[in-house]
Design a protein around this ligand. Structure first.
Ligand code: SF4
Ligand code: SF4
Length: 328
């Protein structure tokens, strides 16, 4: 193992000396609530630069390492955060919730967003110490390029991290535009992007909104894009018609498939679901994934390897899984 980079071995990954020196005593899995039976709000743990948390030094290693390849996008993302939102006009437009939801979707798609879901925000999705007073979350999914991401499987991580960070930026920009559009219609709204964490734990919100289903690799999978998309969101009190959770057969497939768990270099993926803050679900071992993720530009091997991500395959896989289920 080296100072800045670890080593892949037959038994997993040996993190760098740097990681060993700076990793906190407290396990990320413990902070995530692994094994906890009660539903509770998540603890902020990673991708938060707005305050101190136990894994902050380890997290910042990721951004330091990727400054050259993605620094411009990170700066652009911060500039977006600092940009003043459009004023909320006094001329508040009235429409039915269904009409608003349809128009929001149409506008987001016209901006380049690939999929939209809408849900009511639940308190258990808000990180401890944060507040999110709005009622609705509009989830925006933007597609990633398969060729760029799949280079990660050959250990060429620069194209994949550049692609991921660019898509995060576009998602963030589009969320801000959707929020501005609502504000111009007289309705307060705020737009947020990732990966710099925000108050809303976006994955459960996106699942509830039907944007995708959780895969074994800890990312969402949908019929249109497989696991090749990134999320941004808008929050508002404007009454909206919500969308609903989807079932395209992802869970049935993941129960039989071991592609991502076999390909994950540090063995961070389990073939069994686990109890996390009162919910049984697929879970990525934080302590195993993070050193590899950090030292290899955000990794992404599991998402690229997932059969649902291969261009054009997801609709057929879904159809097959749902047919198989009916036969049982
Ligand atoms: S991102 Fe990489 S290290 Fe983390 S779970 Fe996926 S394959 Fe494993
Ligand atoms: S690679 Fe297989 S097990 Fe992993 S998320 Fe994709 S379908 Fe599920």
């Amino acid at each position: 193992m080296g100072l800045l980079y670890g080593k892949e071995t037959e038994n997993g990954y040996e993190p760098s000396l740097w990681h060993r020196w700076f990793k906190p005593d407290v396990s990320g899995n413990t902070l995530n609530g692994l094994g906890e039976k009660e539903v509770r709000r998540p603890t902020p743990l990673y991708h938060r630069q707005d305050y101190w948390h136990p894994w902050r030094l380890v997290q910042d290693m990721f951004y330091l390492r990727n400054t050259i390849s993605t620094g411009a996008v990170i700066v652009k993302s911060h500039l977006l955060d600092w940009k003043k939102p459009a004023p909320v006009t006094n001329n508040q437009k009235e429409r039915s919730p269904a009409d608003w939801s349809r128009r929001i979707e149409e506008y987001a798609i016209s901006l380049g967003v690939d999929k939209v879901g809408i849900t009511k925000i639940k308190p258990e999705w808000i990180f401890e110490g944060d507040e999110m007073p709005e009622t609705y979350a509009i989830i925006l999914a933007t597609r990633m390029d398969y060729e760029s991401l799949s280079r990660s499987r050959d250990r060429k991580f620069t194209p994949s991290v550049k692609e991921a960070m660019s898509i995060y930026y576009y998602g963030h920009e589009r969320a801000r535009k959707v929020a501005d559009w609502l504000r111009e219609q007289g309705w307060p709204a705020r737009g947020f992007g990732n990966p710099m964490g925000t108050a809303l734990n976006i994955l459960p919100a996106a699942i509830e909104a039907g944007v995708g289903e959780l895969g074994k690799h800890g990312s969402l999978i949908c019929k249109e894009m497989g696991a090749l998309f990134r999320l941004a969101y808008v929050v508002t009190d404007l009454p909206l018609e919500v969308t609903h959770p989807t079932d395209i057969g992802v869970d049935d497939f993941c129960l039989r498939c071991t592609v991502c768990s076999k390909e994950c270099p540090p063995n961070a993926l389990s073939d069994d679901k686990q109890l996390v803050r009162g919910v049984e679900r697929w879970y990525v071992d934080f302590d195993k994934c993070v050193p590899y993720f950090n030292e290899n530009s955000g990794c992404g091997i599991c998402i690229a390897a997932c059969p649902w991500s291969q261009p054009g395959l997801a609709p057929g896989i879904s159809e097959k899984m749902l047919k198989l289920r009916k036969k049982k």
